[in-house]
Ligand binder design. Structure first.
Ligand code: ZN
Length: 276
C-alpha cells in the first residue's frame, strides 16, 4: 500500500491538516518571540516535554492552544526577531485568506424592509420609497460568519489566528452551515491549500522544526560517539548514534544506527543529563 502523496490527498484535506498544524503551533511561535533564538537540539519546546515526561509528572499541563484568543500583540523588546517576523507573516496571510474566502462564498447579511413586517394589530403599512432596510441581527451575529476588518472594528481578527484557522478549515472541508456558505470552487480550495502549506513551512522554519539535522554538543551517553538530531516538518524529532551495532544503547537499530524516537527520547535525555 502506498502512502498518500500530495497529489492523491484532496486539496481541502491537505489544507485542513496544514491549518490544524499551524494553529496547534501558534502558541509555541508566540512564546518563541519572547525567548532568545538558540541553535540547539532538541528545540526548547521538546526539552520541556522531555523534562516533563522524565519527571513522570502526571499533572496535565494546560494546553496553550485551548486558551482563546492567543493574539499577536505589541512586543516592546522581542528577543527572537525571526519568530516575530514569522508570526506577523502567518497571521497576515491567514486573515487575508479568510477575507478572500468569505468574499467568495459567504452570503451577505440578510436585510428586509421594515415596513413589510406586519404590525401587532395585523395591519401592514404600505411600503413606500422610504422603506428602511433592517439588518437581520441574528444572521449578522452568527458565530460561523467571518467578519471583515473595518475602521471601527477588527472584525473576526479580534479572535486571533486560532479562530481564523478553524474557520478556514471549515471552508476548506465545505462543512455546511445552513445557507451561509456556498461550496468552494476548486481553484479557491487549491489556493487555501497553497497558503496553508506555506504558512506552516514559515512557522516550522521559525521554530526550528523543518527538515534539518544538527550535530549535538554532547556525545552518546553509552558509547561516546557523536549524536545527530533530526527534525522533520510535521514529523517527530529523532536522534541517532552513528556507531550502530557497536553502541550498547538499549534502543532499536535502524539502518545500522541507534535511533531514539518518541518516548525513547526520554531515556536518552536522562542519560545525557546524568553524563553531564
Ligand atoms: Zn552510541
Amino acid at each position: 500500500m502506498s502512502t498518500p502523496t500530495a497529489t492523491t490527498v484532496p486539496a481541502g484535506h491537505r489544507a485542513a491538516v496544514d491549518l490544524a498544524a499551524v494553529r496547534e503551533q501558534w502558541g509555541d511561535l508566540l512564546a518563541a518571540i519572547e525567548r532568545p533564538p538558540a541553535a540547539e537540539w532538541p528545540p526548547r519546546e521538546h526539552r520541556g516535554f522531555l523534562d516533563q515526561a522524565a519527571a513522570d509528572d502526571r499533572t496535565p499541563t494546560a494546553p496553550i492552544i485551548g486558551r482563546m484568543p492567543l493574539t499577536l500583540r505589541e512586543h516592546p523588546a522581542p528577543l527572537n526577531l525571526d519568530a516575530l517576523d514569522a508570526a506577523c507573516e502567518v497571521e497576515r496571510d491567514l486573515f487575508e485568506l479568510a477575507d478572500v474566502v468569505a468574499a467568495a462564498v459567504q452570503r451577505p447579511v440578510r436585510r428586509y424592509p421594515s415596513l413589510s413586517i406586519p404590525s401587532y394589530s395585523g395591519r401592514t403599512a404600505p411600503a413606500g420609497p422610504r422603506a428602511r432596510m433592517i439588518v437581520d441581527a441574528a444572521d449578522r451575529d452568527d458565530l460561523a460568519r467571518w467578519h471583515y476588518q473595518a475602521a471601527t472594528s477588527p472584525g473576526s481578527r479580534r479572535y486571533g489566528l486560532h479562530w481564523a484557522a478553524v474557520w478556514l478549515e471549515g471552508r476548506a472541508l465545505d462543512e455546511p452551515h445552513g445557507d451561509l456558505f456556498r461550496p468552494l470552487p476548486a481553484p479557491l480550495t487549491n489556493h487555501i491549500a497553497t497558503v496553508a502549506a506555506r504558512t506552516r513551512r514559515t512557522m516550522e522554519r521559525a521554530l526550528g522544526r523543518d527538515d534539518r539535522t544538527t550535530t549535538l554538543d554532547q556525545p552518546c551517553p553509552w558509547c561516546s560517539g557523536p549524536l545527530a538530531g533530526h527534525t522533520v516538518a510535521g514529523g517527530v524529532p529523532e536522534v541517532y548514534c552513528a556507531r550502530g551495532e557497536e553502541c550498547p544503547a538499549p534502543v532499536v537499530l535502524d539502518h545500522r544506527r541507534r535511533v531514539w524516537r518518541g518516548a525513547d527520547l526520554v531515556d536518552l535525555w536522562v542519560g545525557m543529563q546524568t553524563k553531564r
